[in-house]
Design a protein around this ligand. Structure first.
Ligand SMILES: C[S@@+](CC[C@H](N)C(=O)[O-])C[C@H]1O[C@@H](n2cnc3c(N)ncnc32)[C@H](O)[C@@H]1O
Length: 240
């Protein structure tokens, strides 16, 4: 039976109208299509409190991979200071494209950053669709755990395909935390309730989704008792 329009929450109704993937409409529209909740959660202090300060460490580590004046694509907006810190590192002679499926999120990011960083472009699109531009760096920050495996595979391979020959992709993601990690079981329960695709990140390496992994160099470090990972991928030099 079809639900009456008035019984569907406004955030979900907006997501249904826009070209937002099914997983986002079903599981995350309450958050990403709600400007009020977005404003409330977009708070670095809160993110640091929830991650015992590791949120700031990870966003600094991600920005540390970027070169000044480079051409960067970010797949999916993030809360807190991550985008601002990366944009500061790139600087006014660089380009920073932010690609997001949600117009609510893009508007929020544009209002937050367009005057501070005029070299940013805010693009409404899906990172699982092919990307026709080439970049020095692609950032995929805490996006993969929110998407089903099929989209995850497309997003990861797209990120690698749109790299310039000496470019790099930076993935920040959940990882399989140490068995004794005090938050391991809490995070597991939270994921089972609210982030149905996240646990896959515990059991499958990002590398395993790539069609031609041997053509790339892989570097991985972990944070917070292995709860999070940073994976940096660069193309191997061609022999020909
Ligand atoms: C990158 S994750 C960030 C997760 C977490 N809230 C954070 O701040 O670290 C969420 C963002 O990705 C966007 N998103 C989800 N699926 C996407 C896709 N296939 N392509 C581009 N953006 C996507 C969502 O609209 C949302 O703005």
């Amino acid at each position: 039976m079809r639900k009456k329009a008035s019984s569907i929450p406004p955030a979900k109704r907006a997501a249904d109208k826009a070209k937002i993937p099914l997983y986002q409409r079903e599981f995350y529209s309450w958050l990403y299509e709600s400007p009020r909740l977005t404003k409330w959660l977009d708070n670095q202090k809160l993110l640091n409190m929830l991650t015992f300060g590791f949120s700031s460490k990870m966003l600094q580590s991600c920005a540390g991979e970027l070169k000044t004046s480079s051409n960067v694509l970010q797949m999916g907006g993030t809360f807190g200071d991550q985008i601002g810190v990366a944009a500061s590192k790139i600087g006014i002679f660089g380009h920073y494209d932010l690609l997001d499926v949600s117009m609510v999120q893009l508007r929020h990011q544009r209002n937050k950053y367009c005057y501070l960083y005029p070299f940013m472009r805010f693009i409404n699109g899906d990172a699982s669709n092919p990307i026709d531009k080439q970049y020095d760096a692609v950032i995929c920050y805490m996006l993969l755990h929110e998407v089903p495996s099929e989209s995850r595979e497309k997003i990861i391979n797209n990120a690698l395909h749109c790299l310039k020959p000496d470019g790099k992709a930076i993935f920040i993601e959940y990882n399989n935390a140490f068995i004794w990690h005090p938050l391991r079981w809490f995070v597991k329960l939270f994921n089972r309730l609210y982030q149905p695709f996240a646990e896959k990140m515990w059991h499958n390496e990002i590398k395993n989704y790539v069609h031609n992994p041997s053509e790339y160099n892989w570097r991985k470090i972990t944070f917070f008792g292995k709860m999070y990972q940073k994976v940096v991928v660069t193309k191997k030099d061609s022999l020909y």
